[in-house]
Design a protein around this ligand. Structure first.
Ligand code: 3NM
Ligand code: MG
Length: 517
C-alpha cells in the first residue's frame, strides 16, 4: 500500500543553509516537532556513503514522528533505506523509468515549471508535482522563469479530475505563504495541497517555531472558504435600498472613527489625495520609506497603493506595506499599475480605468473578447468586471463616466459624477483615497474581539465600502459643479473640497444613481 502523504508542510533539507553551530539532525527533529508533514532529503554534493548515512539517520528520526521521507534524485538511496518516495527534477531519471525501478508503494514527485512539464508528469504517472520556483530564491540556481503566485492556478487547473497532488516551492516563507495559498487557487477552485520550503525552516535557529508558524497558517487555510475565499458573498443580498442605508451608515461612522489611511501614491497627486481624504473625514498618511511599513500596518485602517512608475524605493515600500497590511488583515486598495505586486500581496479592492483594467486582464490571460481596449470602454463592462473580480478574488472597481463595482457575482452600476472630474489631475487617485477610507471604516466595524489575525482578505463589506467611496466623491463633484461660483475646472477643485467637507448622508441619499445587476 502506498502511504498516504500529507503534503501540507513539505520540508526539503539543505545542510549548507543551517545556521552556524546548528546540528542537522537536531534541526530536522525540531522541524518535525513544529509540524512538518513530509521530508525530502536533498543532497546535491554528498558522496554516496555520506548521503546514505544521512538518509538512514534522517529516516530513523522521521519514523519516530510518523512522517514520510522522500529522497531527492537518488533511486539507489531511496531503495537502500526503504524511503517512501523519490523526487526527480526535469533532468533526472524520467518518472516512467523510476517507476519501473521502484517498488509499487513508492511515491514519485516531479519538479514542474510550466504546462508542458506538468503535462508530461501527468502522462508519466507522477504522484505529485512541485511547482516552482514561485519566487526568487538563494537556495537553488534557477534556470527557468519564475512561476509567480498567479502562475500557479492555471497549472493546478490541469490537475482537476486527477489524484495528483501539488506543492509550491521557491522563496516561500511565513510572510508570503498567505499570499501563495490564497492567490494560487485556480478558477476551478483547485488549491495547493501544500507548500515546500528549505530556507524558511532550515536556515533558522528555531526551526520548530518556524515550522509551527507555517503549519498554523496552512491549517487555517485548509479550514476553508470562510477565511480565505470569503469573496463569494460580499455583495450577497444587497439591494439598492440596503446599499443606500449602508452608505449612510458608513458616512456617519467615518467622521467619528477618523481612520488613518496609508497611501502610497504618485507625487503629482500626493497633496491633493491627502486633502480629499481629510475632507471626507479620514486621516491620510503618505509615507513611502520601507522601514516604516511594519509599524504603519499596525496603526493604519487601510492601505492605498497607486503609483505611476515603479521606481525602486517606492516599489520596495509598496511591496513591504502590502505584505504587512495583509498579515493584519486590513484592506488594500490597489490601483493596478505594477501588476507584479499582485504576486506579493492580496488586495481587497482593485480599482482602475478601462485601460488599466484591460492591461491587468490581459496580463492574466483573461480573454480579451468583447473588450474594446482602443475605445473608452468595454462592450460588456458588467461581464468584464465580474470576471476580473472572480479571477483576482477581490472587489473590482472600473471607473469612468459610469462606474462599475463587482465582487465576482453581483455588479453595481453607478451613474454619479461630473465631466469636470475628467479635467482634474488625479481624480481617479482621489476616488481611490475615498474608497480606501471607507474600506478602513467597513473593516474596523467588522473587527471582532479576539479574532484570528491570520488571513489576507480584510473582514467587512468591501463591496459596500467601494460604492460609498465612489458615491461620496461623485455626488460632491455634482454639487460643486452646480455652484454659482464654479466657472470651470479651476474653481471646481476648491469647491469640491468644500462640498466633500460639508456633504451629509442625506444629500448623498438624495442624489444616488445606482443599479444592481
Ligand atoms: N526547487 P527555498 S526552488 C529545491 O523551483 C528547490 O523546483 C525549486 O528553497 C524548484 O524554500 C528550490 O529556500 C529551493 O527558497 C527552495
Ligand atoms: Mg534533481
Amino acid at each position: 500500500m502506498t502511504r498516504t502523504i500529507d503534503y501540507s508542510l513539505y520540508l526539503v533539507t539543505g545542510r549548507e543553509l543551517l545556521p552556524q553551530g546548528k546540528d542537522y539532525f537536531e534541526s530536522l527533529e525540531e522541524s518535525l516537532q513544529g509540524g512538518v508533514t513530509v521530508v525530502q532529503i536533498r543532497e546535491k554534493k554528498a558522496e554516496t556513503a555520506e548521503f546514505l548515512d544521512i538518509a538512514l539517520k534522517s529516516k530513523a528520526i522521521c519514523d519516530r514522528y510518523n512522517v514520510p521521507l522522500i529522497i531527492n534524485d537518488r533511486i539507489d538511496i531511496a531503495l537502500a533505506i526503504d524511503a517512501d518516495g523519490i523526487h526527480v527534477g526535469q533532468t533526472d531519471m524520467p518518472v516512467s523509468m523510476a517507476r519501473k525501478l521502484l517498488p509499487q508503494k513508492c511515491i514519485i514527485g516531479v519538479s514542474c515549471n510550466n504546462k508542458e512539464e506538468l503535462q508530461k508528469a501527468l502522462e508519466n504517472g507522477a504522484d505529485y508535482v512541485g511547482i516552482g520556483a514561485i519566487y526568487a530564491t538563494q537556495t537553488k540556481d534557477l534556470t527557468k522563469p519564475l512561476v509567480g503566485v498567479r502562475g500557479i492556478g492555471p497549472l493546478l487547473q490541469m490537475l482537476d479530475g486527477t489524484s495528483v497532488k501539488a506543492v509550491a516551492i521557491g522563496g516561500i516563507n511565513s510572510k508570503n505563504v498567505l499570499r501563495v495559498l490564497h492567490g494560487s487557487v485556480s478558477g476551478t477552485g483547485h488549491s495547493l495541497d501544500g507548500i515546500a520550503v528549505v530556507s524558511a525552516i532550515v536556515a533558522l535557529n528555531q526551526p520548530r517555531q518556524a515550522a509551527s508558524e507555517l503549519s498554523e497558517i496552512l491549517s487555517e487555510f485548509k479550514k476553508g472558504p470562510s477565511i480565505f475565499h470569503g469573496m463569494s458573498s460580499a455583495a450577497n443580498g444587497h439591494t439598492t435600498d440596503s446599499i443606500t442605508s449602508g452608505v449612510v451608515s458608513l458616512m456617519n461612522q467615518i467622521r467619528t472613527l477618523n481612520p488613518l489611511v496609508h497611501q502610497i501614491t504618485n507625487s503629482v497627486v500626493t497633496a491633493q489625495s491627502a486633502n480629499i481624504t481629510i475632507s471626507i473625514g479620514a486621516s491620510p498618511i503618505m509615507a513611502t520609506a520601507v522601514d516604516e511599513m511594519s509599524d504603519l500596518a499596525t496603526i493604519c485602517g487601510a492601505l492605498l497603493v497607486n503609483i505611476g512608475t515603479l521606481t525602486p524605493p517606492a516599489c520596495a515600500g509598496m511591496l513591504a506595506a502590502g505584505c504587512h497590511v495583509n498579515t493584519w488583515k486590513k484592506p488594500i486598495v490597489f490601483d493596478p499599475v505594477g501588476v507584479d505586486l499582485l504576486n506579493k500581496w492580496q488586495p481587497s479592492v482593485i480599482k482602475g480605468n478601462a485601460g488599466e483594467l484591460a492591461a491587468l486582464a490581459g496580463s492574466i490571460e483573461v480573454t480579451s473578447k468583447g473588450v474594446d481596449t482602443v475605445g473608452n470602454g468595454f462592450e460588456d463592462p458588467v461581464g468584464f468586471v465580474t470576471a476580473l473580480a472572480r479571477r483576482e478574488r477581490c472587489i473590482v472597481v472600473l471607473t469612468g463616466k459610469t462606474d462599475y463595482v463587482s465582487d465576482g457575482h453581483t455588479c453595481a452600476v453607478l451613474d454619479n459624477g461630473h465631466e469636470f472630474l475628467g479635467k482634474m489631475t488625479g481624480s481617479g487617485c482621489a476616488t481611490g483615497s475615498c474608497i480606501a477610507s471607507f474600506c478602513a471604516v467597513a473593516s474596523a466595524s467588522a473587527q471582532t474581539e479576539g479574532q484570528s489575525l491570520r488571513g489576507v482578505l480584510a473582514k467587512g463589506d468591501m463591496f459596500l465600502a467601494s460604492i460609498a467611496g465612489i458615491l461620496v466623491f461623485n455626488v460632491a463633484a455634482e454639487l460643486a459643479a452646480a455652484r454659482d461660483d464654479v466657472k470651470g475646472p479651476g474653481t471646481f477643485f476648491p469647491a469640491l473640497i468644500d462640498e466633500l467637507t460639508s456633504l451629509t448622508p442625506e444629500v448623498v441619499q438624495e442624489h444616488i444613481k445606482i443599479k444592481i445587476v
